[in-house]
Design a protein around this ligand. Structure first.
Ligand SMILES: *Cc1c(COP(=O)(O)O)cnc(C)c1O
Length: 360
């Protein structure tokens, strides 16, 4: 068998490891922050009807500009946004890739405050750009002063701000985003993949868009919308920013089936999002129970909890695995991350954890 080393691979890709969250068929999978509630049956029916209609024309290429979907996304986001300020892709990972293809690439740098979403360095390096990691306070928060200082010093072409942050759950204040935008020469992306799980009065970075042509806010249907398998992510930005993304996307990158399914799902946004409150309740229950067991959960505005006080993360991860519960070792010493599941999945996790013993 040929090894990777023998192939004429790009030098800058040698030694990299692909994204690899384990996909194990365990009864309780709480490792990749999915919404573990299925799409409501009534909506499944409506999506199926629209996908069937799309199939009747699938001999033709889809609408390259996915206009109907962009209108639906603009409506969902509110803030007076219109379709020309909205972009979408096969997951927000693809949307982020479009941004990096347009604004990063060889000889350029992409900056983020570590620890943050593990795909950022991979997508950046995939375009030939260099990843530069900034630092956070001990509790994973970021102050506007430190953020501005670090961004000014690194002078990156792209800044990625994850709000709330994955894998820590940490909220990010608008003051930090404003400070970073003022300090940056390059584009600033706020990844709001988990925004729907934040407190209802949390203000989205969408409110900063007017007058900020280098700013983009990305979202996804993978988490709150329970649509991870459909692969739909999107962003809002200045129409000129969107024009830059048109230069790098592949023609017809969103299939007619994806467009039909996502548009039907958005028409039922209220129903699709009905489980969010329940997930937030389970998240807070996880934090409270972890604390009672002697672990140290970090405050979370997302649908997962990062917790410290774990003596041996690999051993605890394995012990849970052996009990049918899959969570995530994100590589932070003394920590593990768990997604909030349904009430019974959450109970299964908490009971398995309690049966293993308490924290250090
Ligand atoms: C899950 C996640 C995404 C979503 O990725 P998709 O490609 O839309 O499934 C984006 N950003 C962060 C930080 C995430 O955790």
């Amino acid at each position: 068998m040929t090894s990777l080393d023998e192939l004429p691979l790009r030098d800058d890709l040698r030694g990299l490891t692909p994204y690899g969250a384990p996909q194990a068929p365990l009864p309780v999978a709480l490792n990749v922050n999915e919404n573990t509630h299925p799409v409501p049956e009534a909506v499944v029916g409506e999506i199926l009807d629209d996908v069937a209609l799309a199939l009747s024309e699938v001999n033709r290429y889809p609408d390259r500009e996915f206009t109907e979907l962009r209108e639906a996304l603009a409506d969902y986001l509110g803030h007076g946004l219109t379709a020309d300020q909205v972009w979408a892709g096969n997951g927000s990972n693809e949307v982020l890739q479009h941004i990096m293809q347009a604004f990063a690439g060889p000889g350029r740098t992409v900056f983020g405050f570590a620890p943050t979403y593990s795909m950022y360095p991979l997508i950046a390096q995939g375009t030939g750009a260099q990843w530069v990691a900034g630092t956070r306070e001990d509790d994973y928060s970021i102050t506007p002063e430190s953020a501005a200082e670090q961004v000014a010093a690194a002078d990156p072409d792209v800044v990625l701000l994850c709000s709330p942050n994955n894998p820590t759950g940490t909220p990010l204040g608008l003051d930090v985003i404003e400070a970073v935008y003022a300090a940056a020469r390059g584009v600033v992306v706020v990844d709001e993949a988990y925004h729907e799980f934040a407190p209802k009065d949390a203000v989205s970075a969408l409110s900063l868009l007017p007058g900020s042509p280098r700013l983009a806010i990305s979202r996804t249907m993978s988490k709150a919308f329970a649509f991870a398998g459909a692969r739909v992510g999107y962003l809002a930005a200045d129409p000129a920013f969107i024009d830059a993304l048109r230069l790098v996307r592949l023609p017809y990158h969103l299939s007619a089936l994806t467009q039909a399914a996502a548009t039907a799902a958005l028409r039922n946004a209220g129903t699709m999002l009905q489980m969010v409150d329940e997930i937030v309740e389970q998240r807070d229950r996880i934090s409270a129970t972890l604390e009672a067991l002697g672990y140290r959960p970090h405050p979370s505005w997302s649908n997962f909890v990062l917790f410290g006080g774990v003596d041996d993360p690999k051993a605890l991860w394995r012990a849970l695995y052996d009990r049918g519960v899959l969570i995530r070792d994100v590589g932070i010493p003394g920590h593990l991350r768990v997604s909030a599941g349904t009430e019974s999945e959450t109970t299964a996790f908490l009971e398995a954890l309690a049966s293993i013993g308490s924290a250090s």
